[in-house]
Design a protein around this ligand. Structure first.
Ligand code: G6P
Length: 560
């Protein structure tokens, strides 16, 4: 959460930073701000998205950095918006992460008479740094030791020098002919030479030179521009584009998987724990069904936010972490515990250069392409595809997939889905029950999350048979219940439907909106979730909401 971006070079730095931050807005859009150097740092800030910031600076500057915020410490207001400036104006900084001992430090500083104007932990960093004495590099080194928690920081000194430090949160530098770029997200960077900072690095940028002040060897590697992935093309929103990107993402993931020796990884293990948060956890639930019911492995799924690993892990036990971003703090915390207890990690991620990708023993990369809408769509489908593929591969040595057919089927299928009349029925509802069984229930957890997160409708996913054990009391003549039945047994949900109908409620079978019966059973969950993704997208539009930027949320949650 929160994106930080900086530029030092021959171009207009304010414009470069504004442009870089647009690629990071998916990480947070509560408020934003840019500091640019003109004989000292000047700051522009705004509430909401980057459109609300002045679109140019008063003077053309060659040094600037900025921030797009997802509020954690302190409400959304201008005082809490980054960049933050120290009380004596010596330092200006932007921060991604959370300082765990900020309250203690703040109290000590207040006792010394240091004034504070915000509720953020970031202002605490700025003021603490200003009160330390000695050479700047020594002060930054000391700052690093005094701060607990996670952070990546761009620190501007009043002289125009820029300092970079990080712990846990990612930070990257890119050198190109145009200048030096800094970003919390590799994919927002252009072509050039890339260095990903390590914890304990202290780096200074002065007059277009990158200088390591710590014991660091800055090894640059070639980086290819991914910025084209940040455009929506003919679509109005990233979410819709990303739903339509799904077939291509699955095709690319398949070609990638074909080149990996997946059987070899699995050969070493017979017990599996699947871990993730949010949508990624929902794909773990599908993975659990595939690996336990089809392959007959011993498998359980855990929410990373609710998982504590405190004893030695057996050698035959593999932890599979699913994380689109590879940056989710709750997953990183569990990954650290797994490593501490000698466990092995297989990471399924869409971001090969993420923090967790560097921690994992084995990696499977979903090739969905950059996902920017907060609600995950195509990455969920590629994660489910990976589990379906792995279980088929392990089960059947001769497994072959006609990927072209699967891709074409999906392309045609998505183009044919019509949800308009259902969306009109649902858009004014304040609650919605979704019922299904077995794997359909796991899919409905994800469908429900989509409708909750971007449409603000209270959704209740239920095992169909559980409805009569309490929740039936919610059914009245205004109720609509969405059902899903991807099995070939069409009688399964009939009894429950009768129970709802006799109380005046209406049941809409989403699987009957579009025929999915002819598709391969193992890949059917991918077909089944897409109508729900489209339903949630179009409800948001009807309600006048921005589906890409739901309130209060951020794409990758880098705080515990
Ligand atoms: C946040 C996002 C969800 C996402 C979850 C896990 O809550 O809003 O869309 O599923 O984090 O993210 P990850 O990057 O680990 O898959």
């Amino acid at each position: 959460m929160c994106g930080i971006y900086g530029y030092i070079g021959k171009n207009d730095a304010y414009q470069e930073v504004l442009c870089g931050l647009t690629c990071l807005q998916y990480r947070g859009y509560d408020s934003c701000g840019i500091a640019y150097f003109d004989d000292g740092f000047k700051i522009n800030k705004a509430i909401g998205t980057l459109d609300n910031l002045p679109q140019c600076s008063e003077v053309v500057s060659n040094i600037a950095f900025g921030h797009t915020r997802w509020a954690t410490n302190g409400e959304v207001n201008i005082n809490n918006t980054h960049p933050h400036i120290s009380f004596d104006k010596e330092f200006v900084l932007v921060h991604n992460g959370i300082i765990k001992n900020a309250d203690t430090i703040k109290r000590e500083l207040i006792d010394k008479g240091i004034p504070f104007y915000s509720d953020t932990d970031t202002e605490v960093i700025a003021n603490l740094l200003s009160t330390l004495t000695g050479r700047i590099e020594k002060r930054i080194e000391r700052l690093y030791k005094l701060l607990e928690g996670s952070f990546s920081l761009i620190i501007g000194h009043k002289s125009g020098k820029i300092y970079l430090i990080k712990r846990f949160s990612p930070l990257n530098i890119l050198k190109s002919d145009d200048g030096i770029y800094i970003s919390s997200d590799v994919s927002s960077l252009k072509d050039g030479l890339l260095y990903t900072l390590k914890d304990n690095d202290i780096i200074m940028i002065e007059k277009n030179e990158i200088i390591a002040l710590s014991n660091t060897k800055i090894n640059f590697k070639i980086h290819e521009n991914k910025i084209k992935e940040f455009t929506m093309g003919k679509f109005k929103h990233y979410m819709l584009k990303e739903i339509f990107d799904t077939p291509k993402g699955i095709e690319n993931t398949y070609y990638y998987l074909e080149k990996q020796n997946i059987r070899k990884i699995f050969k070493h293990f017979s017990e599996f724990t699947l871990l993730g948060c949010g949508t990624a956890y929902h794909s773990c639930l599908i993975g659990e069904i595939y690996l336990s019911k089809i392959v007959r492995y011993k498998v359980n799924s855990c929410l990373a936010s609710n998982c504590e690993i405190s004893k030695k892990i057996k050698r035959n036990h593999l932890h599979i972490i699913v994380s689109q971003s590879g940056e989710t703090a709750d997953c990183i915390k569990v990954a650290e515990q797994i490593k501490k207890h000698n466990g092995k990690i297989l990471l399924i991620t869409n971001e090969p250069s993420s923090t967790m990708a560097r921690m994992a023993d084995y990696k499977i990369i979903t090739k969905a392409g950059k996902e920017l809408a907060v609600a995950s769509t195509k990455t969920y489908c590629t994660q489910v595809f990976v589990f379906a593929y792995i279980s088929q591969l392990i089960l059947n040595k001769r497994f072959r997939l006609d990927i072209q057919k699967l891709k074409n089927d999906l392309d045609k299928y998505i183009a044919k889905i019509k949800v308009n009349s259902l969306v009109n029925k649902l858009k004014d509802k304040d609650k919605l029950i979704l019922i299904g069984k077995d794997i359909d229930y796991a899919l409905l957890l994800e469908a429900s999350l989509k409708i909750r997160e971007i449409d603000y409708i209270y959704t209740i996913p239920m095992y169909a048979g559980e409805l009569k054990h309490g929740t039936l009391s919610l059914i009245d003549k205004d109720s609509i219940v969405l059902s899903l039945n991807t099995s070939n047994d069409k009688t399964k949900l009939d009894i429950v439907k009768n129970e709802i109908n006799s109380r005046g409620g209406e049941v809409v079978a989403v699987d009957e909106l579009i025929d999915m019966s002819k598709f391969n059973q193992y890949f059917k969950p991918i077909f089944a979730i897409i109508p729900f993704q489209l339903i949630s997208y179009y409800i948001a539009l009807k309600k006048g909401l921005n589906p890409d930027m739901p309130r209060n949320l951020a794409k990758s949650v880098t705080v515990e």
